[in-house]
Design a protein around this ligand. Structure first.
Ligand SMILES: *Cc1c(COP(=O)(O)O)cnc(C)c1O
Length: 376
């Protein structure tokens, strides 16, 4: 008997949530409504009472954050080349210029030793990413941002449920001028199928945030309306918000289970295989992904195929984004960011999700061990 296919990730949705989604579908109100407000209230409570607005993606949240921060043509925004391309695409979307800073080889997050040298008078904001749910050093990040009075937009798409110094990501680690953007895409630690949330700084008008979310429309009590800003079509549905509310109840358990499974990977992966493992953080990291780096010269394509043949899905998150055609056309070149390129070329995401069994980890490790000699 062959074991069932093991994907690299899979959402856990309980029956109570499925029943509640069915209730929403029968209710006659299926777009943004009371469930969205309830989800925003739950998220705000999780984020220490800060204002939170939900969106239909974690890309929309980043774009709106940039607009609220007044970032546009002529400005530059600093970010990492080792992230989902959405992080940099939104900078282009608002007409600004992305400036990339290489990553730290150990954390694989933006290298804070290199950050200050990239800041110029045109720099308006920094978008940092907590890759795989491992937090960027918030103390250092905000010290640098504060010194240069730069706005920080935390792309915390992967770090919902993670923390820094024991405080959940979503709380303010700076002077409350920072935005925090979460994604609830199906692969993220908490999902609404598609969706996102934006935690707003104290100095930002929540009404303007709502107008940027939906066509710029401002409604009046007499039924009239006006449009004074160009908004998008970024609202979340009550169907999605209901999934999110159901997921919130399990967040702590999801994170705890991911940590256990990650620990098992460390215990089972043979050091003699020559793999580079992630930072072994079991207190702050939410283990959004478990990413190994293959030895130099290993054929990643062959490994992906060999694992698939054995019924195991693995992922590649991510190739360094400055080498995509769109970014090369902006002038980026091979060699610009050696660490991001090295990691991007060798990274493999192993299966990790809360409903995995301990035996699944063992199976992944055995299959990987057997496959590595064939791809050297
Ligand atoms: C998933 C993700 C996004 C985008 O989120 P969507 O909800 O898919 O739009 C942005 N940045 C990072 C780092 C992500 O992982």
């Amino acid at each position: 008997m062959t074991a069932p296919f093991l994907p690299f990730t899979r959402p856990s949705i309980d029956e109570e949530t499925i029943a509640e989604v069915a209730n929403v579908l029968r209710s006659g109100w299926i777009t943004s409504g009371p469930k969205v407000l309830a989800f925003e209230a739950a998220l705000s409570e999780y984020c220490g009472g800060r204002p939170v607005r939900v969106f239909n993606s974690g890309t929309a949240t980043l774009e709106v954050a940039l607009r609220l921060a007044g970032v546009g043509a002529g400005d530059t925004v600093i970010t990492t080349p080792l992230t989902w391309v959405a992080t940099a695409n939104v900078i282009l979307e608002v007409g600004a210029t992305p400036v990339l800073v290489d990553v730290d080889p150990i954390t694989r997050n933006i290298d804070l030793d290199l950050l200050e040298a990239a800041i110029t008078p045109r720099t308006k904001a920094i978008i940092q990413v907590d890759l795989a749910g491992l937090s960027v050093d918030r103390d250092r990040l905000y010290a640098i941002a504060g010194k240069h009075t730069l706005r920080v937009i935390e792309d915390a798409a992967q770090s919902f449920g993670a923390s820094w110094n024991g405080k959940p990501i979503g709380h303010s680690f700076g002077d409350d001028r920072d935005f925090v953007s979460f994604s609830f895409h199906a692969n993220k630690n908490l999902t609404t199928s598609e969706g996102g949330a934006l935690v707003l700084p104290a100095d930002i008008d929540t009404g303007l945030c709502e107008r940027l979310r939906l066509q710029g429309v401002r409604r009046f009590p007499d039924g009239g309306m006006d449009v004074d800003v160009l908004g998008g079509k970024f609202n979340l549905t009550d169907i999605s918000a209901t999934i999110g509310l159901g997921q919130m109840k399990h967040l702590a358990a999801f994170t705890a289970r991911r940590r256990e499974l990650a620990r098992r990977y460390f215990a089972r992966l043979d050091p003699s295989l020559g793999l580079e493992l992630p930072v072994a953080d079991f207190t702050n990291c939410n283990w959004h992904m478990f990413q190994i780096l293959l030895p130099a010269g290993a054929d990643r394509g062959k490994l992906v195929a060999a694992m698939k043949e054995q019924g195991i899905g693995v992922g590649v998150h991510y190739p360094a984004l400055h080498l995509f055609s769109l970014y090369r056309a902006l002038g980026f070149r091979e060699g610009d960011f050696p660490q991001a390129e090295r990691i991007g070329a060798r990274t493999v995401t192993l299966p990790l999700f809360p409903s995995m069994q301990d035996s699944d980890i063992d199976r992944v490790c055995e299959t990987l061990t057997a496959s590595l000699p064939e791809i050297a």
